[in-house]
Design a protein around this ligand. Structure first.
Ligand SMILES: C[S@@+](CC[C@H](N)C(=O)[O-])C[C@H]1O[C@@H](n2cnc3c(N)ncnc32)[C@H](O)[C@@H]1O
Length: 416
């Protein structure tokens, strides 16, 4: 049978969605492994999957409204329907093309069912909210921790593609770049641009900036200017290492992933910045010296990055969050041993879970009485103060300007 045009992209999208939702892979990883597609099919497949994951609860509600018996979450019929509806609401694909490219995916299987459900929904008119619902567990958790306003803001944000934030080595250049290229500078050394093609942007080749969400650039700003030797623990791919090196610190960057350290090395070459790179597991590594300051940007559930990586909301189950929190506490206990008296330890995570932020820091100051929570005066004025002395970046912050990733950061100071 001749293949219908566009089916290959949808077939790849089906495999990708399955890998993301059932096997917990990232959209980026499954996209990178789909190598036998044309560039346009590849881009289409990734776009469909992204749209489906962003809107999954609303798409599932539509599907459930048109079936007598609820289709299992991981059934092929539900996956194919999710993809077709994602194209309808997110990509404006015409109805005939949706149907023609969906049905071959269920040949020899639930073809009649999929055809029937799609027909019913398309006749009825497919309407979804502008601000998609998040998975129910996530709305429950975030509602409890941060309130309904934060949940509503997160719903509005997950529908949009975030702008691109650039971190500059030099603030004078950042301001000149913003003026010349129509970007917005929301903090020193920062420019926000509307673009999706990083390598095409002016200045990429010269290495005067790198891509880094504005929220991710905040923790390194908490390292005191006069700290000489700085340890960047869990450093790759290196946004914070580059900030620290650009600020003039002598940086040692440790990461356990060789692949990610290779990207850090490439980033340093491109930006002409220097750091000593150490491939090591920080839970067993022994530095053999103390540091003036340490930045621990710990591995975490990464739920704060849901705008770029909506699948994190499905991967970050309570067990993963609890395991991350334990690993973060272990890393903090290690780092606490390597700081000079009077030194600064900055802890950060791109997570919106209090178990990985507020609770980890609350417990660490109890375990390490020599440490106190220090001031956050170096942060830009838009960062709200919290009673605990740490900074918590929630989805509604700077929303009119395009928003930020969710983040937590705290500065601990060791008694002299
Ligand atoms: C949130 S990412 C770091 C991002 C980085 N700080 C930046 O700004 O680009 C966490 C990193 O921790 C690393 N990692 C996880 N467990 C580690 C361990 N036990 N020791 C060292 N690195 C670890 C991971 O390989 C990952 O690169």
């Amino acid at each position: 049978m001749p293949s219908v045009e566009g089916v290959e992209a949808r077939r790849a999208a089906l495999q990708m969605l399955d890998a993301v939702l059932r096997r917990g892979q990232t959209i980026e990883a499954v996209g990178a492994s789909a190598r036998n597609l044309s560039p346009s099919d590849h881009a289409l497949a990734v776009a469909i999957v992204g749209e489906a994951v962003r809107r999954l609860p609303d798409l599932d509600e539509l599907i459930d409204s048109a079936t007598r018996q609820r289709l299992p979450d991981d059934s092929k019929a539900r996956m194919v329907l999710r993809l077709a509806l994602a194209q309808k609401v997110g990509l404006g694909t015409p109805d005939h093309a949706l149907v023609a490219t969906a049905l071959p995916l269920v040949d020899g299987g639930p073809r009649r069912l999929v055809h029937g459900v799609l027909g019913t929904l398309l006749r009825r008119g497919v309407a979804v909210p502008d601000a998609p619902r998040l998975p129910a567990e996530v709305e429950g958790r975030w509602g409890k921790a941060w309130g309904d306003e934060a949940v509503q803001a997160a719903r509005r944000q997950i529908a949009k593609r975030p702008a691109l934030d650039l971190s500059f080595i030099d603030d004078v250049e950042a301001q000149a770049y913003a003026a010349a290229h129509g970007g917005t500078s929301l903090a020193p050394n920062h420019v926000r641009v509307e673009s999706s093609s990083v390598t095409q942007l002016p200045g990429f080749g010269e290495g005067r900036w790198w891509v880094q969400d504005l929220a991710a650039s905040l923790p390194a700003r908490l390292i005191p200017h006069d700290a000489s030797a700085v340890l960047d623990l869990c450093a790759a791919p290196g946004g914070k290492t580059m900030q620290l090196a650009a600020a003039g610190h002598v940086v040692t960057s440790v990461d356990s992933s060789q692949n990610r350290l290779a990207r850090l090395r490439e980033n340093l070459v491109r930006t002409h910045l220097k750091a000593q790179l150490v491939p090591a597991d920080a839970t067993t590594w022994v530095p053999g010296r103390d540091f003036d300051a340490i930045l621990l940007d710990a591995p975490c559930s990464a739920t704060g990055t849901f705008r770029r990586h909506p699948e994190v909301l499905y991967r970050a189950r309570p067990r993963l969050i609890a395991e991350s929190a334990e690993a973060q506490a272990r890393l903090l206990d290690r780092a606490a041993q390597w700081l000079k008296p009077g030194g600064t330890l900055v802890y950060s995570v791109c997570s919106l879970e209090p178990e990985e932020g507020e609770e980890v820091i609350g417990a660490v100051v109890e375990r390490h009485p020599k440490f106190e929570i220090g001031p956050l005066s170096a942060l830009p004025g838009f960062v709200p103060a919290t009673g605990g002395g740490w900074a918590r970046i929630l989805p509604g912050l700077l929303e009119a300007e395009g928003g930020l990733d969710g983040f937590f950061m705290a500065r601990l100071v060791r008694a002299a």
